[in-house]
Write a protein that binds this ligand. Structure first.
Ligand SMILES: [Zn+2]
Ligand SMILES: [Zn+2]
Length: 233
C-alpha cells in the first residue's frame, strides 16, 4: 500500500470522495443535464461521465423525469420523491438498502450487472490504503445514498432541520446556509423557489461552492452558463 492511514483519516478521505461525487451530481447532473443551466465542453463531460460510471448508477432519463416531476408537483400527488406523498421510509430508508444491494451485485465479476469501473475503484483504494481502502470505498457509496435519499429527498422536505427563505408551495428547506460538502444542494428551498437560477445561494450569509466550481470552469472555457434557456419547469 502507498499510504498508511488510521480509521479517522479513512473517514475524511471518504468524505472528500463524497464531495467529488456531490460536485458531479450538482454541477453536472442537476444544473446541466436536468435543468440545462450550464453547458460543459465535450472533454469536461467525458471526465464527468467517467466519474459517474464509478459513483452513480441512475438511468439519467429516469432521474431527469423524476426530478422535473418533483419540481412540478412538489409534495403533491404525482411527486415520486416526496416523503409526504410516498411515506418517509419509502423515500429515505428503503432506497438506501436497494442501492446497497445493487452495489454489491455490481461488484461480482462476469455478470451482466458487473461494473468494472466500480471494481477498479475498490481495487485502487485497496492498493492505495490497504484494508482501509475497502472501508473508504463503501463509506463513500453509503454517503452518496445517505445524502441523496435520507437528507435531500427526505429531510430537505421535512420540518426538522434547516430553515426556509421562501414560502414556496412545497415544504422544501435549506438544510444549511453553507453548501460546502454537498456542493450547494444544501440550499434546497432556494432552488425550489427559483429552479432556473444557477446560483443556489441567495442571501449574503449563504455560500454555494458548486456555483464557485462552475465559475472556475467557465474561466477556463470549460463551461458556458445558459441562465434559464430551458423553460420546462
Ligand atoms: Zn425538493
Ligand atoms: Zn432541481
Amino acid at each position: 500500500m502507498f499510504f498508511d492511514i488510521g480509521w479517522s483519516e479513512a473517514v475524511i478521505i471518504s468524505l472528500v470522495y463524497f464531495h467529488i461525487t456531490a460536485i458531479l451530481f450538482s454541477i453536472y447532473y442537476h444544473r446541466s443535464v436536468i435543468h440545462n443551466l450550464v453547458t460543459y465542453s465535450p472533454k469536461t463531460i467525458k471526465i464527468f461521465e467517467f466519474i459517474a460510471s464509478i459513483t452513480h448508477e441512475q438511468n439519467i432519463f429516469l432521474l431527469r423525469g423524476g426530478h422535473l416531476n418533483h419540481h412540478q408537483y412538489s409534495d403533491r400527488p404525482g411527486d415520486v420523491v416526496s416523503p409526504h406523498v410516498s411515506g418517509w421510509k419509502n423515500i429515505m430508508v428503503y432506497p438506501i438498502f436497494r442501492k446497497s444491494a445493487k452495489l454489491i451485485i455490481s461488484l461480482i465479476p462476469f455478470t451482466k450487472n458487473t461494473s468494472y469501473e466500480k471494481i477498479f475503484f475498490v481495487i485502487m483504494n485497496i492498493f492505495l490504503f490497504g484494508a482501509q481502502g475497502v472501508m473508504i470505498s463503501f463509506l463513500m457509496y453509503f454517503f452518496i445514498y445517505f445524502f441523496g435519499n435520507f437528507v435531500f429527498d427526505g429531510l430537505a422536505h421535512l420540518p426538522y432541520v434547516g430553515y426556509r427563505n421562501y414560502n414556496t408551495d412545497d415544504s422544501s428547506r435549506n438544510i444549511l446556509p453553507f453548501g460546502l460538502l454537498a456542493a450547494g444542494e444544501e440550499l434546497h428551498n432556494n432552488h425550489h423557489a427559483d429552479p432556473m437560477n444557477i446560483k443556489y445561494s441567495h442571501k449574503w450569509f449563504e455560500f454555494d461552492i458548486g456555483y464557485m466550481y462552475i465559475k472556475i470552469l467557465e474561466k477556463f472555457n470549460l463551461a458556458k452558463i445558459n441562465y434559464g434557456k430551458d423553460q420546462s419547469i
